[in-house]
Design a protein around this ligand. Structure first.
Ligand code: GDP
Length: 244
């Protein structure tokens, strides 16, 4: 992906490239147009699982990819965004963990469910395979508009999340950080537990050490619904902009 798209993304997310009035989304640093409204989901269809980009749909619809560590809350967030109770994420089915899964949303764009990274008990070869597989997708998929990287805000900062975010940035791939589980209560002090917001602040501080660019981020919770409408507006606007 060339650097111009990443630069455009930053300008778009923070300044909106024009004179039109914008507003900052609640619980995030992202701006949308003042008249942006709630995105309704009329249809979501599972299209296919692919084991490489050669196999992915070729109809040219723009796509937004979701990625994160296993157990980050990806299925829950996707269901929340899609207003579905249980849109089965194929990536969770045994034997399908290494596939790229395409869902067609409102017959206009693809939500792409990518395999989770950082399996605690996985052999090293599996992690290496994840790297090759998803990196290939990120670098070569022409219709990829943006990536939503999910970060679990209920646990301390994980180096693997920092590494993934840094890698996306270094390769000029437009990406937004969606912090999940922001409703989780502070754990007992003796266990070293922190409030989700403290973990978010720490994550963003650590990101600042590796990049001077500002990162779009948004807080979400599947329990309270926080961030659902905001993240969808952000996705919808950028997808529209890129497509027009
Ligand atoms: P995935 O493996 O990334 O698809 O994660 P899941 O969506 O299956 O969620 C993993 C666990 O985190 C489950 O026990 C969920 O109930 C829980 N979880 C997911 N999202 C949230 C959230 O927003 N708040 C809280 N409190 N728990 C969540």
């Amino acid at each position: 992906m060339n650097s111009s798209r990443a630069i455009l993304y930053e300008r778009f997310v923070f300044k909106h490239l024009g004179e039109r009035p914008t507003r900052q989304l609640f619980g995030s640093n992202i701006h949308v147009l003042g008249n942006a409204s709630r995105v309704k989901i009329n249809s979501v269809e599972f299209i296919k699982s692919s084991d490489g980009i050669k196999d992915c749909p070729m109809d040219g619809f723009p796509e937004v990819a979701f990625v994160g560590r296993s157990n980050v809350g990806k299925s829950s967030l996707v269901n929340l965004l899609m207003e579905r109770k249980s849109l089965a994420l194929v990536s969770k089915k045994p034997g399908k963990t290494q596939l790229i899964n395409h869902f067609l949303v409102n017959k206009r764009w693809y939500l792409v469910d990518l395999p989770g990274y950082g399996f605690a008990s996985a052999p090293k070869t599996l992690c290496v395979k994840w790297n090759e597989f998803t990196k290939d997708y990120f670098l070569k998929r022409k219709t990829l508009v943006m990536v939503v990287q999910l970060i679990d805000s209920s646990i301390p900062v994980q180096q693997i999340d920092i590494d993934c975010a840094t890698w996306l940035k270094q390769h000029n791939i437009p990406s937004t950080l969606a912090f999940t589980k922001c409703d989780r209560k502070k754990k007992k002090r003796k266990t070293g537990g922190k409030h989700p917001v403290d973990n978010v602040v720490e994550f963003l501080q650590q990101m600042r050490l590796v990049t001077t660019q500002t990162y779009p981020w948004i807080l979400t919770s599947c329990v309270t619904g926080q961030g659902r409408d905001e993240l969808m507006m952000h996705i919808e606007e950028f997808r529209n902009y890129w497509h027009s």
